[in-house]
Design a protein around this ligand. Structure first.
Ligand code: C2E
Ligand code: CA
Ligand code: CA
Length: 736
């Protein structure tokens, strides 16, 4: 560009001057004008800023050369183009201002410091532009004149700062602040459109152990790897994964209320997070628990929903860790009960409410009792017998398992010392007991006090002892082996089931979990092939095998055929008190003949609760006797023909379409149209629920309405029931 042409331009610009909007201008002499142009050019060349002008149609009439260069174009090619063509006017959530440029130009108003993205290929550059409208002598708008400068660096640092404020610097996941904001925004928007949104809370099991044994840098590395795995597993559209702090993660999944699918995701998370990690050269394993809540069913706003998901997480940890749980309204009373149990568990030992019973483990060939498993029992003065399945996880969670486990160990050793011959005693050891550096000393003491020979004590460990640091684990194994006690791998097949554990750890026995036994005799089941391979592996490694939970003759035959060495199950005996053990072993050996049904009867979940049955426009009340994935047995209606369709109302918006398949007297067997899914707690639930918005429209506000017109409509003539209803409380209340 020649100085002359600029001069010309500036003269022209001056000529169109004196408008109301234009800034007052200074009259310059020819020499001054020349200087002014040189200064302007110096300024443009310095890169500090640039100038632009447009005509009344918004077409570029002047642009600094440096801008044309940046855009990779000739100035002449830019002149005459619409001003907007220099910028990318895409929608950017972070910067709503950007979209206002065309609008501003059309209003012909002054604007300043508008941030726009330069239309440069492959490079992100941001400019701040200002513009002042110009007018001719008659006051008519003639176009814009303005300036611009590069703000890329400032924008970048602003963005970094806002990233820092929204993301967790360790894992790169969203932080608590961002998760909260996104969840609130999503739920507020979804309330209007009545869409659903799921929230999962995940917590690592035994993370503290890793931090304590391997150190904080290793803990940080582990969290990073956990985050990476989560990002690979959860890829649902629109989802966001966050770390709320510590080892607490949150996942938001919009538009998902299918509990079958959510259960699958949760199960995948737990399995994948539980695979071993390589950290600073050492191997480490961790577990995970998940709680799930779904809006609008379990909460409408983010506080409610998070509270529900938290409660579900609390319940899943109480259920023994490595599990997921859906929120349900019953969890409130369950949490209350757990708190009570936890409270009273502290005193249970001191108040002599605990005792130990022993379940025989039998040699498959001779039917002789070869060992007995010590199982803790708690007789609560008011609540009665509380199952160890309930109080052991609570004891673990509340840090009470150490004292309880030590007590069981001492008691079992003392009682077993009086048994004749070489009959062994097996004692369950929790992962946290095992993880305690003083555990070997506790075992040594129990042996010394009782006088029991070490080879008669068998410690039952689950795969969760491998959680945490590998070195500390091998160390404890070595100490225990030095004492001469035997080690059994309990519940094999339920946990991480990694065969590599068997190669590394000095186990003397594998206990095959009862979940593998079920269905073993069905031709389509792969369990017998799996058991066969466990047995041959155990034989090769010179380990014993025990199959747990054998109840039926066909299962026993199968175990014998598969070469399993020992059996533990109700077909031989359930756990008995110590005096019965002593009495049975008076003669020196104890032989038990197997006694049980010829075939295992598939477990029906025996339940006893009221459900609603809706037929046409009438709702009946019935008592549900048992429930399976595919159907349920109900009592309360009479004269119901086979083939009658019903909608079963389980409460909380859980409705299942069903058909009567069997009917006798007041009892009907119903088959569901769509199978129920796992609720994570060993129970079942419907895949979908009826939205509370719809329930609010059609039904009375209480979750389970009584019998009568359905949907209840005040003022309408009452519906006439087609079937007779008998009062369900009068029906027998005890189910075999
Ligand atoms: P586990 O170690 O797998 O113990 C076997 C459980 O299976 C026992 O339940 C036993 O009664 C049950 N069982 C035995 N045979 C059969 C059968 O044929 N069919 C069925 N369905 N079940 C059978 P229990 O006594 O309720 O114990 C539950 C769990 O509580 C135990 O599972 C164990 O993990 C834990 N536990 C019990 N006592 C202690 C203890 O002193 N310390 C620790 N850490 N855990 C314990
Ligand atoms: Ca056991
Ligand atoms: Ca077991």
């Amino acid at each position: 560009m020649s100085v002359g042409s600029v001069l010309e331009r500036i003269r022209n610009l001056r000529g169109s001057g004196a408008s109301k909007q234009a800034a007052p201008r200074v009259d310059l002499t020819g020499q001054e004008l020349h200087e002014a142009v040189l200064l302007l050019q110096d300024y443009e060349a310095s890169g500090l800023g640039w100038f632009w002008a447009s005509d009344r149609e918004g077409r570029i009439t002047y642009i600094s050369d440096c801008v044309a260069k940046l855009l990779g174009q000739e100035r002449s090619a830019i002149i005459g183009q619409p001003l907007q063509s220099m910028f990318i006017l895409e929608r950017d959530e972070d910067d709503p201002v950007e979209r206002t440029l065309p609008l501003l130009l059309s209003t012909r108003k002054t604007f300043s410091d508008l941030q726009v993205r330069a239309a440069i290929d492959g490079k992100e550059m941001w400019w701040s532009i200002s513009g002042r409208p110009q007018a001719d002598e008659a006051g008519e708008f003639t176009g814009y004149r303005g300036n611009g400068n590069d703000v890329t660096a400032t924008r970048q640092s602003q963005r970094d700062a806002s990233r820092l404020a929204q993301y967790d610097s360790l894992t790169g996941l969203a932080n608590r602040h961002r998760m909260g904001k996104r969840l609130s925004a999503t739920l507020t928007a979804y309330q209007k459109s009545k869409r659903s949104c799921a929230v999962m809370m995940m917590d690592l099991d035994r993370f503290k152990a890793v931090n304590d044994t391997l150190g904080h840098p290793a803990g940080d590395e582990l969290l990073k790897q956990v985050a990476g795995r989560l990002q690979r597993i959860v890829t649902e559209p629109g989802c966001e994964i966050g770390r709320l702090g510590g080892d607490e993660f949150q996942i938001m999944i919009p538009d998902l209320d299918d509990r079958g699918r959510l259960g699958e995701i949760a199960r995948t998370i737990i399995t994948m997070i539980s695979q071993p990690y390589q950290i600073e050269g050492s191997r480490c394993v961790i577990g995970a628990s998940v709680g799930i809540a779904i809006a609008p069913y379990d909460g409408i706003n983010s506080e409610e929903l998070i509270r529900s998901a938290d409660l579900a997480l609390y319940a899943s940890k109480g259920g023994g860790r490595g599990q997921f749980r859906f929120y349900s309204s019953e969890l409130h009373s369950e949490a209350e009960r757990r708190r009570q149990i936890e409270e009273e568990l502290r005193d249970a030992l001191a108040h002599d409410q605990m005792h130990v019973v022993y379940q025989p483990i039998i040699d498959t060939k001779s039917n002789k009792v070869v060992s007995l498993e010590a199982l803790a029992r708690w007789t609560h003065p008011e609540l009665g017998e509380i199952s160890p399945g309930v109080f052991i996880p609570i004891a673990e969670e509340a840090n009470l398992i150490g004292a309880l486990g030590d007590w069981v160990l001492k008691r079992a050793c003392a009682e077993a010392a009086g048994w004749p011959g070489g009959v062994r005693v097996a004692v369950n050891v929790s992962a946290s007991q095992f993880g305690n550096a003083g555990f070997a000393a506790v075992v040594a003491q129990a042996l010394a006090h009782s006088g029991l020979q070490p080879e008669r004590l068998e410690l039952e460990l689950t795969e969760s002892v491998f959680l945490g640091d590998e070195n500390a684990t091998s160390d404890m194994f070595a100490q225990l082996k030095l004492l001469g006690v035997r080690l059994a791998l309990d519940d094999f097949g339920t946990g991480y089931s990694s065969l590599s554990y068997l190669q590394h750890a000095p186990f003397d026995k594998i206990k095959i979990d009862k979940s593998f036994i079920r269905g073993v005799t069905r031709p389509e089941s792969r369990n017998s092939a799996i058991i066969a391979s466990i047995v041959s592996l155990a034989d090769a490694l010179k380990m014993d095998t025990t199959a747990e939970g054998i109840e039926a003759q066909d299962e026993l035959h199968a175990m014998r055929a598969l070469g399993v060495k020992q059996i533990q199950g109700f077909i031989y005996a359930c756990a008995v008190p110590p005096d019965e053990v002593s009495a049975a072993m008076l003669s020196g050996t104890w032989v038990i003949e197997p006694e049980g049904p010829s075939k295992y009867r598939p477990e029906r979940r025996t339940v006893l609760r009221k459900v609603g049955l809706i037929h046409e426009d009438h709702r009946y009340e019935a008592m549900m006797r048992n429930l399976s994935r595919t159907g349920c047995l109900v009592e309360g209606l009479v004269d119901v023909p086979v083939g009658t369709p019903f909608v079963v109302d389980f409460g909380d918006g859980q409705l299942a379409v069903a058909v009567v398949r069997r009917s006798a007297g007041a009892t009907q067997g119903l088959e569901f149209e769509q199978q129920l899914v796992d609720d994570g707690a060993g129970g079942l639930c419907t895949r979908h629920r009826v939205s509370p918005y719809i329930l609010a429209q059609v039904a009375a506000p209480q979750p389970v309405a009584g019998a009568g017109q359905y949907p209840p409509q005040p003022g309408m003539p009452l519906s006439i029931p087609r079937f007779g209803q008998i009062e369900t409380s009068k029906v027998r209340t005890k189910v075999a």
